[in-house]
Design a protein around this ligand. Sequence first.
Ligand SMILES: [Zn+2]
Ligand SMILES: [Zn+2]
Length: 433
Amino acid sequence: MLEAAPRMAPGEQKAPSTGNPEVWHRSVASSLSGSRPTQALESSSERAPCPPRPAPRPAPPLPSSLAKWTADVPPPPRQAGPGGEKMALSRGLRCCQRVFGWVPVAIITLVVLWSYYAYVFELCLVTVTSSIEKVAYLTIFHVIFLFFIWTYWKSIFTLPQQPDKKFHMSYADKERYENEERPEGQRQILAEMARKLPVYTRAGNGAIRFCDRCQLIKPDRCHHCSVCAMCVLKMDHHCPWVNNCIGFSNYKFFLLFLAYSLLYCLYIAATVFKYFIKYWTEELTNGRAKFHILFLLFVAIMFFVSLLFLFGYHCWLVSQNRSTLEAFSAPVFPTGPDKNGFNLGIKKNLQQVFGEKKRLWFLPVISSQGDGHFFPTRTLSEARNPLLASEEQWEEDGLDDDNLGKDGKCIWNLLFWGESLCCNSKVLWHVND
Ligand SMILES: [Zn+2]
Ligand SMILES: [Zn+2]
């Protein structure tokens, strides 16, 4: 109603000029109260007979937007416009994506639960006859199982860390940035903002890396994940098997999860093998246990082989101080792209991920160095000064940081099967930068 009043004024303002302000006022009042102007006129003539007046001007047709307020009949149900439908569709898709995101986790959980049952019940309690062997098998199994579950849990439920508030655009900067139409001007604004921040890496064209979705200057090694819809500090990749982004906050947990998964599979395969042979030579005849033990060995070996590749690859990445994304597209420094830009030597690289206290290395507790916003570089003294970068260098460079990970097929082809075990459902190309 309040919105309708100013809209009707221009059409109705002509009424006073006819010499009948009352009609105009009544017309406005009746429109506002929801009754039709003609009805208002009729009722006024009934209540107070008065000298003949000039015939009232017919009320001008109301704008369609106003008509719905004045009509006696209830307005028709609102039809969602194309924009509304799009929004609802994208919301629906996001919802489905969120639900289906848990499917791989559910599959892994079911496999793990089955392996626990098969090992503890079918192997140790039903098949193994020696009590000492039983106790030894079960004790070691449960220690490894505990660490395996603990690291898996931490990989799934440790939230990816977003950049600090100081990397976000202030309102004033945002306004300046949006009002500036020239790309050079926008780059200049970002460069001014970045002067106060410990940001040394650049986009492929030499500009400060900026996320227009999160409206922030990306810290070094930070990338935007379109699945998580946010910028993630030291993003490595989005892993469907943990339904989480692997980045600064949980990279150590992810590595430990791979390590304990390998150990879990290796331990199962090693202890089951003896009984697998026994069933094969028909020394043991329990049919149900035979089925579980056979599959236990098969599944353990299958996962062991695939995880070995993935773990080996990540060990190499840690030794080089590279994230998976950086292995495919080198980070760009003011001096140019450099794959080894963050490589400080194996010892320091390891300490960056696992921390300085070696006793914490194998526990899924936070011990990584730094806060994920700043990483020492090999050539920090040069990289520290953004003015060292010349514009020409960036123009010639030709690399575009925005293309990082978009060419999913290219990355996909380079991934070997072990990596694909973890990343096989469009992982890397969810990275927008
Ligand atoms: Zn972002
Ligand atoms: Zn993600």
